[in-house]
Design a protein around this ligand. Structure first.
Ligand SMILES: C[S@@+](CC[C@H](N)C(=O)[O-])C[C@H]1O[C@@H](n2cnc3c(N)ncnc32)[C@H](O)[C@@H]1O
Length: 256
C-alpha cells in the first residue's frame, strides 16, 4: 500500500466518524415523528453537537441544549450551529449534568454513554438523567452494543474501544440499569453505518489519538504499545481489519 492510499484510508476513517453513514440524521428523523414533537431536548455528551444539530434541523424540537465538559468541542458546536443557522434553537454549554437544573421532554445520549461511563457508574448516571426527565419524557440512547458485533472485524472495533478505556455495557446491562432507574425501553432500532474496514496502521492511529484525547481530559497516559500487543490475537482473528461504529442501536426509554 502506498502512502497516498494509507492517508486516504485514515481520512476516510475520520470522515466516517463525522458522517456516521447518515445515521444521526436517520435517527433524528425517526424521533421527529414523535406525536406532539420532541419539546425541550437535552443532548448529553454533545461533543461538536453533530447529533444535537441533526435533531434541531428536523424542526421537531422546541429547543436543543447540548452539554459537554470539553470547552473546545462546545466552541466548535456553537460555530457549526451558526453556520447552519440553527443557533436560535440550539444552545451549547461546557457543563456536566449536575450543573443543569431544568427538566427536559427528550434527553439524548448519542455515542456518548461509553465516554460518560469512564467517569461515573451507570446507576448514578441513569438516576440523575431520570431526575431531569419530564413525567412523559423520553430518554434516547444510541451507540454500539458489543453483542451486536456481526463478525470478528466488528468485534475488533469494540475491543479497540474497550482497550483504550471506553466502558461498553451490553444492551442487556443498559436495559437492566434503566429498569433500576424506573425507565423501560419502548422502542429499539438498529442502523448499519456502512463503515469501511480499517487496517493496523489506522487502528494504531486510533489508539494514539484516543490516548491523547483522554490525557487532554485528565486521564493518565495509557501503555499504547502494551495495549497493541494484547490486541494481537483479536487482530489476527479479524485478519488485520476492524470495523468501528459499524452498527448503531437506538433505544428509547420512558417511565414505567
Ligand atoms: C463520542 S463523543 C460525542 C458524540 C456526539 N454526541 C456526536 O453525536 O457526535 C462523547 C462525548 O462525551 C463527552 N463526555 C464525557 N464525559 C461527560 C460527562 N460527564 N458529561 C457530559 N459529556 C461528557 C466527551 O467530552 C465527548 O465529547
Amino acid at each position: 500500500m502506498n502512502t497516498l492510499e494509507e492517508r486516504s484510508e485514515a481520512q476516510a476513517a475520520a470522515l466516517h466518524y463525522v458522517r456516521m453513514g447518515g445515521v444521526r440524521e436517520r435517527v433524528a428523523a425517526v424521533l421527529a415523528r414523535t406525536p406532539g414533537g420532541l419539546g425541550r431536548v437535552l443532548d448529553i455528551g454533545t461533543g461538536e453537537g453533530l447529533f444535537a444539530l441533526a435533531v434541531a434541523a428536523t424542526g421537531a424540537a422546541e429547543t436543543v441544549f447540548g452539554i459537554d465538559p470539553h470547552e473546545g468541542c462546545i466552541v466548535n458546536a456553537r460555530r457549526i450551529a451558526r453556520h447552519r443557522e440553527l443557533e436560535a434553537v440550539c444552545r451549547f454549554e461546557a457543563v456536566t449534568l449536575d450543573r443543569v437544573s431544568d427538566d427536559f421532554d427528550t434527553i439524548t445520549l448519542f455515542l456518548a454513554l461509553p465516554d460518560l461511563l469512564r467517569g461515573i457508574d451507570i446507576d448514578p448516571l441513569f438516576e440523575s438523567v431520570a431526575a431531569r426527565l419530564a413525567p412523559a419524557g423520553r430518554l434516547v440512547i444510541a451507540g454500539g452494543f458489543p453483542e451486536s458485533a456481526g463478525d470478528a472485524t466488528e468485534a475488533l472495533g469494540f475491543a479497540l474501544h474497550r482497550a483504550i478505556g471506553y466502558v461498553l455495557p451490553t444492551r442487556a446491562d443498559v436495559q437492566a440499569a434503566l429498569g433500576r432507574a424506573g425507565l423501560e425501553v419502548t422502542e429499539h432500532r438498529s442502523d448499519d453505518t456502512g463503515a469501511e474496514p480499517i487496517g493496523p496502521r489506522e487502528m494504531a492511529e486510533f489508539l494514539l489519538r484516543e490516548n491523547s484525547y483522554a490525557m487532554a481530559r485528565g486521564a493518565a497516559a495509557a501503555d499504547v504499545s502494551g495495549i497493541w500487543d494484547d490486541l494481537g490475537p483479536a487482530v489476527m482473528q479479524a485478519h488485520g481489519r476492524a470495523r468501528m461504529d459499524a452498527r448503531i442501536d437506538t433505544l428509547v426509554a420512558m417511565r414505567m
